[in-house]
Design a protein around this ligand. Structure first.
Ligand SMILES: [Fe+2]
Length: 100
């Protein structure tokens, strides 16, 4: 018997939610902070998925898949890091000032 894991949904933010958020009214810096937080949620989800797939590929000895997944995993981590930098260097500060 073959086991198949299927994930129907994930917690957090979706691309649809991001699209819905674009165009909302409000302070732009607060909206930007929300978009960045949502985008980071997507990156974290992708890191989780690619990390698991990488682990499974290694387990079955598929070095080609491991190599590709390592590359993809690093891209996701880099994107998350860039989003953190953008948030911490400007957007979060501006958003906090908007509500003060
Ligand atoms: Fe990503």
């Amino acid at each position: 018997m073959r086991a198949v894991a299927k994930r129907k949904s994930r917690p957090g933010y979706s691309h649809k939610e991001g699209e819905d958020q674009i165009g909302q009214k409000g302070d732009p810096s607060v909206l930007d902070a929300g978009l960045i937080a949502g985008a980071q949620g997507v990156e974290h989800y992708e890191i989780e998925v690619y990390g698991s797939l990488r682990t499974w590929a290694a387990r079955i000895g598929n070095s080609f898949a491991v190599s590709l997944l390592d590359e993809t995993l690093q891209e996701e981590k880099d994107a998350d890091h860039k989003l953190t930098q953008i948030a911490e260097q400007s957007v979060n500060r501006e958003a906090a000032g908007a509500s003060a």
